[in-house]
Design a protein around this ligand. Structure first.
Ligand code: ZN
Length: 122
């Protein structure tokens, strides 16, 4: 699997924002989620899978990913949002990114295999 950057700030020059794919409320913040073709890291120019634009409350997911990857990359960015809201926990080291990705894969798998867990009336 190709290693890609998970993203960074400064998305304005590398995305073409059209219509949101999803709207998500995470904590007290409503985010618009966009699928962006060939999403690239503004620093390196490398393709990245996803990123959060904090000032505009927008999440960008690389639209070139297949649906399975989109799902866990979205969870990856959701985890970043949750941890940011929980006291500016900035998970940006390589080790942090690995942990976030492990959680994203785990949450995606558990919810996919046990969809009743996402229902409001459990
Ligand atoms: Zn990340």
């Amino acid at each position: 699997m190709e290693q890609r950057d998970q993203g960074s700030e400064g998305t304005e020059d590398r995305v073409q924002v059209i219509n949101p794919w999803l709207g998500l409320r995470i904590g007290a913040v409503d985010y618009a989620v966009y699928l962006v073709e060939n999403l690239a890291n503004s620093s390196t120019g490398n393709l990245c899978d996803g990123c959060v634009e904090w000032n505009e409350s927008r999440i960008f997911i690389n639209g070139n990913l297949d649906k399975q990857r989109r799902r866990y990359v979205l969870w990856h960015e959701i985890i970043h949002c949750i941890t940011d809201h929980a006291g500016d926990l900035d998970l940006t080291t390589v080790e942090d990114e690995v942990a976030v990705t492990i959680l994203a894969h785990g949450i995606t798998q558990v919810l996919k295999d046990n969809p009743f867990l996402a229902e409001k009336d459990l």
